[in-house]
Design a protein around this ligand. Structure first.
Ligand SMILES: Cc1cc2nc3c(=O)[nH]c(=O)nc-3n(C[C@H](O)[C@H](O)[C@H](O)COP(=O)(O)OP(=O)(O)OC[C@H]3O[C@@H](n4cnc5c(N)ncnc54)[C@H](O)[C@@H]3O)c2cc1C
Length: 292
């Protein structure tokens, strides 16, 4: 057994998972301003456990890097194609093809290309990621490099990679339930997990949610971190969330579900996913648990 000591916890790590994780590369995209935060502790725990299991872990500490959040023409070195009507997606596609994307984007794309697993670690801001992390998403996941008309969703460019959200909230879990004041967390997660991660092809692991760490006793926070460390030991072997495969949609007919797929699901109690619900009840925990 190995013993891992982070700031406030000690976890016994079985050597048995070593071979499973060895040689895997992990990128942690991390957004918190403070080294004393719970997010920092969650990030440090991930780095500690995964590195001790043989993974190579890189961290993009966005605030420390002063990562530029806005997608602008400065992201391209040299002349842009159409300065009068600058179109970010098309211009960055061209720049990527010609090796003219700016240095910070190129470096993040290098880290992402090498990674088998990407963990986004952040505090929830306004029901989504902090602006600096949204900037990473806007600027790093460029057209051509991360997605195209042909290569997206289940046939997406990153279909051999896994990605997950690991985040803290200010709200208690009860507030993010189907009858809670903030609504169902599965609905909140759909744009991030389907519209960004799955869109680029990632196999999406169930999110790690640290509910309201600033509103609970210290022992409960430590217990949450220990449970995160335990999960990390086998994270790369976990089943992933369910999404509707791309070939269920008809590209000739506005990418709507093929009639035979629709028919097959017409009598079922639940829709296919949170978003593709066919006017039915949402499949419970579709965005929170694997295989639902
Ligand atoms: C702009 C903005 C928008 C927001 N929008 C939302 C929203 O839409 N929904 C929502 O629910 N919330 C929202 N929040 C709240 C926000 O999500 C929480 O404040 C945040 O998630 C808390 O995480 P933290 O890491 O900052 O906690 P911290 O306050 O840093 O930490 C919580 C506690 O954990 C302690 N701690 C640190 N390290 C450890 C350790 N190793 N072991 C044990 N304890 C430790 C800290 O000392 C502290 O007491 C928003 C906040 C802002 C600023």
């Amino acid at each position: 057994m190995l013993s891992l000591s982070t700031q406030q916890l000690s976890v016994k790590l079985p050597l048995t998972s070593l071979s499973r994780m060895a040689a895997k590369k992990v990128l942690v995209v991390y957004a918190h301003q403070s080294t004393g935060s719970f997010n920092a502790a969650a990030k440090d725990a991930a780095v500690g456990v995964l590195a001790s299991q043989g993974c190579t872990v890189e961290v993009s500490d966005l605030y420390a890097m002063k990562f530029k959040a806005s997608a602008t023409a400065e992201d391209i070195t040299g002349e842009v194609k159409n300065a009068d009507h600058f179109c970010y997606a098309e211009e960055t596609k061209l720049a990527w093809e010609e090796g003219k994307l700016c240095a910070d984007i190129t470096e993040e794309q290098r880290k992402l290309t090498e990674a088998d697993l990407i963990i986004f670690q952040f505090p929830m801001y306004w029901f989504t990621v902090p602006a600096i992390m949204k900037g990473w998403i806007d600027r790093v996941l460029t057209l051509g490099y991360a997605y195209s008309q042909e290569k997206r969703y289940s046939q997406g460019i990153f279909k051999d990679k896994k990605a997950m959200l690991s985040f803290t909230t200010g709200s208690h879990e009860s507030m993010f339930s189907a009858d809670g004041i903030n609504g169902d967390m599965n609905v909140t997660l759909w744009p991030l997990q389907n519209g960004i991660l799955h869109y680029c092809g990632f196999q999406v692991l169930a999110p790690q949610i640290f509910w309201a760490p600033s509103r609970i006793p210290s022992e409960e926070r430590s217990a949450m971190l220990e449970s995160w460390c335990t999960r990390l030991l086998f994270i790369l072997g976990e089943k992933t969330l369910s999404f509707t495969p791309l070939d269920c949609f008809d590209g000739e007919k506005g990418f709507q579900l093929k009639p035979e797929v629709y028919e097959k699901n017409a009598t079922k109690e639940y829709g296919l996913t949170v978003g593709i619900h066919l006017g039915k009840a949402l499949p419970p925990n579709n965005q929170m648990k694997a295989g639902v």
